[in-house]
Every structure is written in structure tokens, then in C-alpha cells.
Design a protein around this ligand. Sequence first.
Ligand code: HEM
Length: 241
Amino acid sequence: MNTRLQRYKVWDRTTRVFHWINAATVIALIAIGILILNTDILGIKGEAKILLKSVHVYIGYVFVLNLVWRLIWAFMGSHYARWRQILPLGKNYLTSLKRYLLNSGNERPYLGHNPVARLIISLFFLLLSLQAATGLILAGTDLYMPPLGGYFSEWVTEGDQARLNQLKPGDKSQVVDSAYKEMRSFRKPVITIHIYGFYTLLILVFTHVLGVIITEIREKNGLISAMIIGEKVLDDTHQDE
Ligand code: HEM
């Protein structure tokens, strides 16, 4: 068959900027998360531990804002940035997934996400949203940082103004013991989800990077550079959906 290579505009600028800010912040959050998990072994305590967690939260804010903007952009962005091109839904999805898996290696390349990538990216959005929500709660319970810090500091001091004025992250001298215990039991499942989310994310990041490398080698259509310049190079036998 006579095929012609052509450049196709696939990822818009917002999607590309989101992708790289997301990659950078997730890597930083994972790296600092590993340090937080191992503070005892590393001998990090007191002020240094609070600082480490605060840096994690500040990077977390950038990560959350970037993520929220992308979730909104999926309603209004260009064709390939939209939910319809991402979510593993629609009447043809299962058929195309089966075809993609059974024909692996011989499938015509996709202009947007292939069916397996749609599944992985949807799981990513779900998991990242879960990390964002649990992280924001933890920032409030542990460090009394926004957006929920005010609520949790009222809780542990039972609204006592004198205690509130003196309350500092990590310092238990101003908390009411019973209220603090209640807050800690509320927090327990949240930190558990945050930690298991972290482990699942490690697996997903690995799968994503491996998937991109395999697809790039197999299809040679500039998948990685497309996330930088926005364009894929394909012949005219590609698939659109
Ligand atoms: C990709 C996203 C994220 C990953 C992979 C991640 C990972 C982790 C890990 C592994 C820990 C250590 C758990 C522990 O032993 O305490 C941690 C702790 C923490 N994370 Fe995240 N995190 C993410 C996002 C966020 C966000 C968005 C925030 C808030 C804005 C946040 C706030 C916190 C806080 C406050 C802690 C300390 C909890 C404690 O007191 O131990 N995280 N995170």
C-alpha cells in the first residue's frame, strides 16, 4: 500500500504543559514521600521533619492546581484533550481494546490515545485525584496548613483561643488530648489510603513509561516528542478513535 507520512497536531499546549508539570511534581512528591516514610531510619525528626512535610505540601499545591485545571480542560480543551478521548467508555471501546490486544504489533497506530493508554490514563486521573484529596486532608491534620488547617486546629484545641494562638505543627502541648485522639482516628484511614495510593502510583508510573517506550519502538510515530511539540508523525492509515 502507498502511504504518506504526515504531521498531525494532537496534543494542545494546555495538555502538554499539564503533562510535564504533573510528571515533575509527581516525581518530587514520590521522592519526598519516600523520605517521609523513612524519617526514623534517616534520623530526620523535629523541625526538619516538619520542614520536609511542608515542602511536600507546597509541591502538592502546585500538583493539585495543575490537576484540577486539567480535569476542567477535559471538558473544554481540543478534541484529543477531552474526556471522550480518554475515558474507557463508549459502545466501541471494548471491541477496540480486544482488537488492540489481540493484534498487538499489527494494529494501525492511533492518532490520540490507544485503548490500553485510555485505561491507564483514566486510572492515573482517578489515583492522582485520590492522592490530591487525601493529601489536602493530611496537610490540615498534620501541619494545620490550608485549606483545612483551620478546621483541624479548632478541632484539636476545642476552639480555645489561647490554645489556638500557640498551636504549632507537630507540637502537642496545646491540644486537648481527647479531641486530638479523635482527630487521629479520623486521620488513620486517610493516611492508609495515601500510602497505598503511593504504592499503586509507583506501579502505574512504571507501566505508563514502559507502555510509552514499547509503543514508540513499535509504531515509531514520535509519541514522546508529541508530548513536547504537540505533533505526531503518522502515515494516512492511522485510526482516529
Ligand atoms: C502524587 C501525589 C502524592 C504522592 C505520591 C504522595 C506520597 C506520599 C508519601 C509516600 C507519604 C509518606 C507517608 C507517611 O509515612 O506519612 C506522604 C505523606 C504526606 N503527604 Fe503526600 N503524596 C502525594 C500528594 C500529596 C499532596 C497533594 C499533599 C497535600 C497538598 C500531600 C500531603 C502529604 C502530607 C501532609 C504527608 C505527611 C503525612 C504524615 O504526617 O505522615 N501529599 N505523601
